[in-house]
Design a protein around this ligand. Structure first.
Ligand code: SF4
Length: 149
């Protein structure tokens, strides 16, 4: 049976910055019959829950991987190192568990795929990927944004 890496907050784990989860009935239906590997890169990277909200500044997750952008919280604290650590741990877990696919939380600076918050903390979106999504993609793992959230 194939395995799929999934953002833990989509599977009932209250690991978001506000210590809540974000369930999706549409996602649950899509994952029926598959082996789900839940993972939260921000917590794994060492950040607490709850925590300050963070956004990408100067580019998207690919730019963070290339060292030309960073991740900062809403007080200006630099959390780039934690985001990178969490992304690397997500990749390691995906490899260990044989996940060729990841279904992740939309818009997140870690998990977002295709669109992410724009770095102003105003709710705006820009094209791009989160740090974990970018790293997984670079290593051949197919990343899609979860439906229904
Ligand atoms: Fe954790 Fe990703 Fe959910 Fe954020 S979006 S809480 S990093 S699993």
């Amino acid at each position: 049976m194939d395995s799929v890496l999934v953002s833990a907050c989509l599977r009932g784990v209250p690991c978001r910055y506000d210590a809540r989860d974000k369930p999706s009935a549409a996602l649950d239906a899509r994952l029926a019959g598959r082996v789900v590997v839940p993972f939260c890169p921000e917590r794994a990277g060492g950040l607490p829950t709850p925590r300050r909200p963070a956004e990408l500044v100067g580019g998207d997750g690919h730019d963070v991987l290339d060292g030309t952008a960073k991740v900062v919280d809403d007080r200006g604290g630099d959390v780039t190192a934690e985001f990178l650590s969490g992304a690397r741990l997500a990749l390691a877990l995906a490899r260990e568990t044989g996940c060729a696919e990841a279904v992740l939380m939309p818009r997140s600076p870690s998990c977002g795929r295709g669109r992410v918050y724009d770095g102003t903390f105003g709710g705006g979106l820009v094209p791009g990927d989160g740090v974990t999504a970018a790293l997984l993609e670079r290593h051949g793992i197919t990343v899609t944004a979860a439906p229904g959230v």
